[in-house]
Design a protein around this ligand. Structure first.
Ligand code: FAD
Length: 591
């Protein structure tokens, strides 16, 4: 522990912004003028040259010469598991830190809810990670949800529905971990509480004390060259977690109970569906009814809370708001589904979710303007109001946070500790999350100032997550090994800035910066191309996703089970099954 703490000691000066000698400035300038070759192309060309001249043995030697990094992965949900699999496959040594008692992330259903039902208090003591509710069924067919390396075409429990329940997804993730033998990589009940850049291990090892003798210029140059190429090393501080629902503060733990170790890289997979985003409306503080966030919704009629006979307003008509309001309407007296800017369509059977698809005790309304404490009412944006409302349920999404980049309490997501070590040019080492835009990031994964040693998996939303996680993780693994070198830092920064500027030009709100929708398919193919796999994702995935969207809009309540017409994804389904069968065959013939 003592040595780990020494390695983790804060740099006495920010290492990327350190004053440089004339010779090192010249070296860096040369390096900047000659940016690293484009990754996939470079790796492919190298392999092709070797293949042409010397054959298989030489290819193996190229693979063997790849850099092997010690990597900390934060979180053992689907993203963290994909990261562990791709990192180990590439030869890295991955350690996955998971605060929960089991792997699977949001798919580990927890019947318990938080004391603060709105979840608005960032410092609330009791926390539940999962936002999954009891009767949740997937909103995508299992085949399209599954990872490419481990098809989700068969059942792992007795739930063999294509749009299955959460227990089946969790069982699938368990099977994925076992199939790729990555369970042993996961350290459960271990929470990452701080991630800070450190001087390279090389420097720390050569330092007798904080006041050591002046450094040798060659060492400095080596260190800078290392950091320039791979990004900084990171000190990861963890704490044991005894009661996973309770924050460390309440457990009375201090940093002294934890451990610190240095890693060559950190892959952030902490999930983004646990910190409620709750709008603050006038009147909310004294409103007499119950306010809760969908994070704390479990069932319409549970022991802890029942919606039976209640008058309910649900705010937010994305996937959760739509599903929950229909489920609640099965027992409530009345449900109003409100969403910003809603205007009734001329024809009740048109629109994304036709009005005539809602049950009779449900109605739609525009967004909430204020809560009215005197009448337990809700005022809407169009001037209308509903009174005697019992519950306002906020299905208003989540905040993207990285508490380990800030204070121990996780107050705000700003990377305070990192900004001290802010990089040479303009960007800091870790990105900031401002209104859910995590920036600056190159392709939603790498901060230009610190990639590839810092990366983020799972930021895009309105996507099919698992296969995308796998592609992002593969890119990270290959960037860390050197098989897929990233563009130069300046180029990454300028491409990240250009993407942000394009968003602003198109009027994309910050909170939608990582929303992809149909753009996900081109993005996924780009990720694989960066990995040197230019053939991209199989096209059946896009076809199945599109067909599901059409079907969902046509049959919002029954799209998961039928009817079959006018929608069909039979061709895509046949291709998915053929792909799974081929993979099975490949496996059994290689044993
Ligand atoms: P998570 O699953 O949240 O995992 C993050 C992990 O990190 C957790 O285990 C957490 O405990 C751990 N962690 C966080 N911070 C720390 C820390 N500091 N130290 C250690 N560990 C930490 N996707 C679909 O494909 N189909 C669906 O039908 C679908 N429905 C959904 C319904 C709901 C209600 C929600 C909330 C999400 C749904 N999703 C669905 C999206 C789902 O979030 C993704 O499928 C995916 O599981 C997210 O994985 P993740 O690993 O990014 O995050």
């Amino acid at each position: 522990m003592a040595s780990a703490r020494a390695l983790c000691a804060s740099p006495s000066r920010p290492f990327l912004s350190a004053p440089r000698s004339a010779s090192s400035r010249a070296t860096l300038a040369r390096r900047r003028r000659a940016p690293l070759p484009s990754f996939a192309a470079g790796a492919r060309a190298r392999l092709a040259r070797v293949m042409a001249s010397t054959g298989e043995e030489a290819i193996q030697s190229v693979v063997d010469r790849r850099r092997r990094a010690r990597v900390a992965v934060i979180g053992a949900g689907a993203a963290g598991l994909a990261a562990a699999r791709e990192l180990t496959r590439e030869g890295h040594d991955a350690v996955v830190f998971e605060q929960g008692a089991e792997l699977g992330g949001v798919w580990v259903y927890d019947a318990d809810v938080e004391d603060d039902l709105t979840g608005a208090d960032a410092n609330r003591e009791k926390r539940v990670h999962s936002s999954v509710y009891k009767n949740l069924r997937t909103n995508l067919p299992r085949e399209v949800m599954g990872f490419g390396s481990f098809p989700f075409t068969r059942a792992f429990t007795d739930d063999n529905r294509r749009f299955c329940g959460h227990e089946e997804v969790r069982a699938y993730l368990d099977a994925y971990a076992d199939h790729h033998d990555i369970r042993k990589r996961v350290r459960l009940r271990t929470r990452v509480v701080a991630v800070t850049p450190t001087r390279s291990e090389y420097r720390a090892k050569n330092r007798v004390s904080e006041n050591a003798s002046p450094r040798n210029e060659d060492e400095d140059e080596d260190e800078r060259a290392y950091v320039e190429k791979w990004g900084p090393r990171w000190c990861v501080a963890t704490e044991p977690v005894e009661e996973t629902r309770i924050s460390l503060k309440k457990e009375g733990k201090t940093k002294e109970d934890g451990e610190e170790s240095v890693f060559d890289a950190v892959v952030v997979c902490n999930g983004h569906y646990s910190e409620p985003r709750v709008p603050r409306f006038p009147g909310a503080e004294t409103w007499p009814g119950t306010q809760m966030h969908s994070h704390n919704y479990r069932e319409p009629e549970g022991r802890a809370f029942s919606f039976r006979g209640k008058r309910v307003v649900v705010l937010g008509a994305a996937a959760s708001g739509e599903d929950l309001s229909r489920e609640i309407a099965s027992v409530a007296a009345e449900v109003t589904l409100a969403s910003r800017g809603f205007a009734p369509p001329k024809d009740a059977s048109s629109g994304d979710f036709p009005l005539d698809s809602y049950p009779r005790n449900m109605r739609r309304a525009p967004g909430i303007a204020a809560l009215l404490p005197e009448t337990s009412g809700v005022a809407f944006e169009d001037g209308s109001a509903r009174h005697d409302v019992d519950v306002v349920l906020y299905a208003t999404g989540y905040r993207v946070t990285f508490p380990f980049f800030a204070s121990f309490d996780g107050e705000e997501e700003a990377s305070n500790s990192l900004s001290e070590a802010s990089a040479s040019d303009s960007a800091s080492l870790a990105p900031r999350s401002v209104d859910n835009r995590v920036a600056p990031l190159f392709e939603h994964v790498f901060p230009p100032a610190s990639g590839p040693s810092l990366s983020f998996i799972g930021l895009p939303w309105k996507v099919v997550p698992f296969p995308q996680f796998e592609a992002q993780a593969r890119w990270v693994a290959r960037a860390l090994s050197g098989a897929a070198a990233l563009p130069g830092r300046a180029e990454m920064a300028s491409r990240a800035a250009a993407a942000e500027a394009a968003d602003r030009g198109a009027g994309v709100a910050d909170r939608h910066a990582h929303r992809m929708g149909d753009a996900q398919f081109a993005y996924n193919d780009r990720l694989l191309a960066y990995c040197g796999e230019p053939s991209g994702f199989p096209k059946w995935r896009e076809a199945m996703y599109a067909a599901t969207g059409v079907r969902k809009r046509a049959f919002p309540t029954s799209y998961r089970d039928g009817p079959d017409e006018p929608w069909s994804d039979e061709e895509a389904l046949a291709e998915a099954r053929a792909e799974a069968a081929a993979l099975e065959l490949e496996r059994s013939s290689s044993v």
